[in-house]
Design a protein around this ligand. Structure first.
Ligand SMILES: O=C(O)CCC(=O)C(=O)O
Ligand SMILES: [Fe+2]
Length: 723
């Protein structure tokens, strides 16, 4: 039994495949790790870039990598801290360093490794960030591009770790230059499983060719180089023409530089909002659409060759690998969302209806744009749906006969590309909170009971998808879905049988809304028939449990109590012996006991009513404890020790024991080693001795921590034996 294994795998399952763990190592260990990376000799860092890195196929990228050399290498120590997350799994973990301009274009991490003469597949990705004083403005964010993503962007916070299940679409945005700031350091890598993990055989061409060639020992380098040479050529041609043209339109006769700036200005909203093309105003869209259309007409009349061979345009407006300022061109704008996107995708995303019509009408090759997963992860229709471009959606459906209901699941996608979760235009529209497109697609007959089908049994309903992401007009989307017959109680659920739409409840939409502190949404769901009494069938925890575990959630707690009948008991325990009361207590140091006070207000009434009925001293004791609300300063004054020892004592006696209790470990990782005093150390030591197989705990609490500290001290001129 490994604590850490249960922890990470469960967390990943629970969080839809991607988790972030803050304060991953005790702070001294994290400092030591950073120090080790910072002081590696320059000769240890090797550049990785698309031109010479076949590992990452055609994905545009550039950054530096260092690998541990032998077990005595200080890097190996840092690597082990990450590896210990899943100690029994084989892993490849290296150090990463990103300076200005370094980035990775969208990719899904699918990949193989050869070790011990065997084939291994990447299963779980981990990135441990060791970057100090980093802000959003520094770029280098990890973009989560999965359709089920909870949020889209993660700033590489010092001592935080992100982990996700492979495959998953993601990207690293370019690091922006800033004088005096250190590079973006990380440990990154993958846990591997033996054999070919992925369901789909690599395709025989496109992005996957390199993969196939690699695993079969072939060589597709030539093909890759040929293609990228062509990209550069086309992209340069198109951009030069476009910028000339725009210069013309602007009547400036200005030098290219300032035209480029003007062009950037047009799109400035996009850059500043993480390149989100949806931030374009209606008027801007129309103007740009017309400009681009005019430009296209001219280009086509000058170059009939090009109009016949639209495939070239796939790579037109390409993201030029050499230029860190890739955001200047269209593909740069849209490419962050869609790897290898075509012009059709770009226009669909930007809402350039007229240009799209022109391009599709004039060509044979792209006349049927319904599905091109080999080129892009989204179809053009899904793209338009994601960005809420109703006119484009209608154009594709009505004029070009694209099927608005086309849905792929990982199972049905065979041969059409690698997808990790179900995709459809409706799913894309819902996930991004696009009300108009959602309504249109449902009216066309799309299924409101669709869910995100992954290889695991866990599913997310459309309601949960819209609600969990909370993007754009998600509340309208919820209403529309409910109007069309979506089930208000289905959020995250476990499929019982193949094809069944309902299964075990894991998280109801009411729970999700409670977690998000959204009383209005809860009200709406309740009015539409959502049932507040449904329990998480895995943990037996209730809506009240969920609400009480989120700090500062008194409003939601009060709302739930107002819905429930009077015998609701804040002391009702879930499968792990945890009550809402306990959870409220657990977060009391974060919300000054706000949840507790609300619970106790209600509980006091329950207490008063029930005390006469209580027979045993135990019952009386249980009821009285509800009125025992600590002072708001509860855990702050006495430091971490109070919280920690309380959790520890509680968990020791709880059914599952220490090992299954995330909250305790969250506390442990919360404790900064510089604040470890004798009392806390006692708790930690006691906890450690309860763990038979303390892999993760070992690093956190035991010998390796001392070792890491010793390394840290030694590298600062101290000798460990000095003490
Ligand atoms: O450093 C990151 O944020 C992600 C790195 C990544 O995606 C990769 O190395 O494949
Ligand atoms: Fe990656």
């Amino acid at each position: 039994m490994h604590l850490s294994k249960i922890d990470l795998v469960e967390k990943l399952e629970h969080a839809g495949g991607l988790v972030r763990i803050e304060n991953f190592l005790p702070s001294a260990a994290a400092e030591a790790a950073l120090h080790i990376l910072e002081t590696l000799p320059e000769s240890r860092w090797e550049v990785r870039r698309d031109a010479d890195d076949t590992q990452r196929n055609a994905t545009a990228h550039r950054f530096y990598v260092a690998s541990a050399r032998g077990r005595k290498d200080p890097l190996a120590l840092v690597r082990r801290a990450v590896q210990n997350l899943l100690p029994e799994k084989k892993a490849v973990i290296s150090a990463g360093r990103y300076s200005a301009g370094d980035h990775i274009a969208p990719h899904d991490d699918l990949g193989y490794h050869r070790e011990d003469g065997k084939l291994w597949s990447r299963d779980v990705a981990v990135i441990f960030y060791l970057t100090k004083d980093w802000t959003k403005a520094d770029g280098g964010a990890l973009l989560d591009l999965d359709p089920g993503a909870q949020r889209s962007s993660y700033v590489p916070l010092f001592n935080s770790l992100v982990s996700f299940v492979v495959p998953r679409e993601h990207a690293v945005t370019a690091v922006r230059p800033r004088t005096g700031r250190a590079p973006r350091y990380s440990l990154f890598g993958w846990f591997l499983v033996e054999g070919d993990l992925y369901r789909f055989e690599p395709e025989s061409h496109g992005k996957n060719a390199a993969k196939k060639a690699k695993t079969k020992g072939g060589n597709s380098q030539g093909e890759l180089h040929e293609r990228s040479a062509r990209n550069v050529h086309t992209s340069a041609l198109v951009n030069a023409n476009l910028i000339d043209f725009l210069a013309d339109q602007m009547g400036e006769g200005a030098p290219k530089e300032s035209v480029a700036n003007k062009f950037r200005e047009l799109f400035v909203v996009i850059f500043d909002e993480q390149w989100d093309p949806t931030k374009l105003q209606e008027g801007q869209i129309r103007n740009l659409d017309n400009l681009v259309l005019k430009q296209l007409r001219e280009l086509f009349s000058q170059s009939p060759q090009m109009s016949q061979d639209m495939i070239l345009w796939k790579y037109g407006f390409g993201m030029h690998q050499e230029s860190p300022d890739f955001s200047l061109d269209l593909k740069g704008l849209v490419g962050v969302y869609f790897p290898n996107c075509t012009l059709v995708h770009a226009f669909a995303a930007l809402g350039f209806e007229r240009s799209l019509d022109f391009v599709l009408s004039g060509t044979r090759l792209l006349a049927s744009p319904s599905r091109d997963l080999k080129v892009a992860m989204h179809t053009p229709l899904e793209t338009a749906a994601k960005f809420g471009r109703l006119p484009v959606v209608e154009l594709l459906v009505k004029k070009f006969g694209v099927d608005p209901l086309e849905t792929l699941t990982p199972e049905s996608a065979q041969g059409k590309g690698k997808i990790s979760t179900a995709v459809s235009p409706l799913l894309r529209a819902v996930a991004d909170g696009r009300a108009e497109v959602t309504r249109y697609l449902l009216d066309m007959g799309a299924d409101p009971l669709q869910s995100t089908e992954t290889h695991s049994a866990r599913r997310m309903s459309l309601i949960r998808l819209a609600l969990g992401r909370g993007l754009n007009d998600y509340i309208d989307v919820l209403r529309i879905l409910l109007d069309h017959g979506a089930n208000p109680d289905l959020g995250i659920f476990k499929k019982e049988e193949k094809n069944s739409k309902i299964g075990k409840f894991i998280e109801t939409p009411l729970m999700t809304a409670a977690m998000m502190r959204k009383v209005e949404v809860m009200q709406m769901l309740y009015d539409r028939g959502a049932d507040p009494s449904i329990l998480n069938q895995e943990t037996q925890s209730s809506l009240l449990h969920v609400a009480a575990s989120v700090p500062d959630n008194a409003k939601v707690v009060a709302y739930i109590l107002s819905l429930a009948d009077r015998d609701v008991d804040p002391l009702t325990e879930d499968k792990n012996g945890v009550s809402p009361w306990f959870l409220a207590k657990d977060v009391a140091s974060d919300d000054d006991g706000a949840n507790m006070r609300m619970l106790s207000k209600i509980a006091r009434q329950v207490f008063q009513e029930n005390l006469p009925k209580a027979r045993s001293p135990k019952q009386v004791q249980k009821l009285s404890c509800l009125t025992d609300v600590p002072k708001p300063t509860f855990a702050v004054a006495s430091g971490d020790y109070v919280r920690l020892s309380a959790s520890y004592r509680f968990l020791r006696h709880a059914k599952g024991g220490l090992r299954t209790k995330e909250s305790f470990w969250a506390r442990v990782t919360d404790v900064h080693s510089d604040s470890i005093d004798v009392e806390i150390a006692d708790v930690l030591v006691a906890a450690q001795s309860e763990l038979q197989n303390a892999n993760y705990g070992d690093v956190l609490l035991g010998v390796p921590l001392k070792k890491i500290q010793a390394v840290f001290l030694a590298s600062n001129g101290h000798h460990p034996d000095d003490e």
